[in-house]
Design a protein around this ligand. Structure first.
Ligand code: PRP
Length: 210
């Protein structure tokens, strides 16, 4: 199964990415800019959603329009993925939201799950996983495996602000069918498995250290 990576090259994404990388950006501004990145990435990530034609009566005449054939399922990975949820709900107001909570063990870098609250039915629906950071790939691999075990049809769409090459390779090794939309593939991981140059800890910079 392929892992396809789309780097969204857009001036507005680049400008917001510069803001969130800057260590001097206050947390309130960080949240705004991260959400803006999420919205712009989601526009690209949803380009392939299926639509069908419907009739619509305007105040002037009958015409036709298009609506989504199936509502997607949005799955933020807590905590950092919460920063993309508002943008996702504005863009796709009919989407269901599932929640996966994962904390990365900062010594072993292994994912430690603590929340799993998914919609009952996710088969044959587009699933969009939100996590600003793809570092080792452990959190996303765990989440996407859960989703496939829960009946996801795939490919699963992943939206992340930053991706490390090591994390992309790790996801390729899982054999899962994934489409990743990111603002940047950064250089590498450091010895603490932080993305370099990265933006630091996206959870802490939105919500405070925890
Ligand atoms: C961070 C980040 C990703 C994950 C990426 O979460 O927000 O979810 O690590 O790392 P990985 O690709 O190596 O798994 P963290 O564990 O810091 O939790 P938080 O979002 O609650 O801050």
């Amino acid at each position: 199964m392929p892992v396809l990576v789309h780097v969204v090259d857009h001036p507005l994404v680049a400008a917001s990415l510069t803001k969130v990388r800057d260590e001097n950006t206050p947390n309130a501004v960080f949240r705004q800019e991260l959400e803006r990145i999420g919205a712009l990435l989601l526009v690209e990530a949803t380009r392939g959603l299926a639509t069908h034609e419907v009739a619509v009566q305007t105040p002037v005449a009958m015409t036709t329009g298009r609506i989504l054939t199936t509502q997607p399922v949005i799955v933020p990975i807590l905590r950092a993925g919460l920063g993309f949820v508002n943008a996702a709900q504005i863009l796709i107001p009919g989407a269901d939201i599932g929640f996966i909570g994962i904390s990365r063990n900062e010594e072993t870098f292994e994912p430690q799950p603590y929340v799993n609250k998914l919609p009952d039915s996710i088969a044959d629906r587009v699933i969009i996983v939100l996590d600003p950071m793809l570092a080792t790939g452990g959190s996303l691999a765990h989440t996407c495996r859960l989703l496939y075990d829960h009946g996801a049809t795939g490919p699963i769409v992943v939206v992340c602000a930053l991706a490390a090459p090591e994390g992309i390779l790790a996801l390729q090794d899982t054999g899962m069918d994934l489409q990743i939309f990111t603002a940047s593939i950064d250089e590498r991981l450091n010895e603490h498995a932080f993305i370099v140059p990265g933006l630091g800890d996206a959870g802490d910079r939105q919500f405070g250290a925890a």
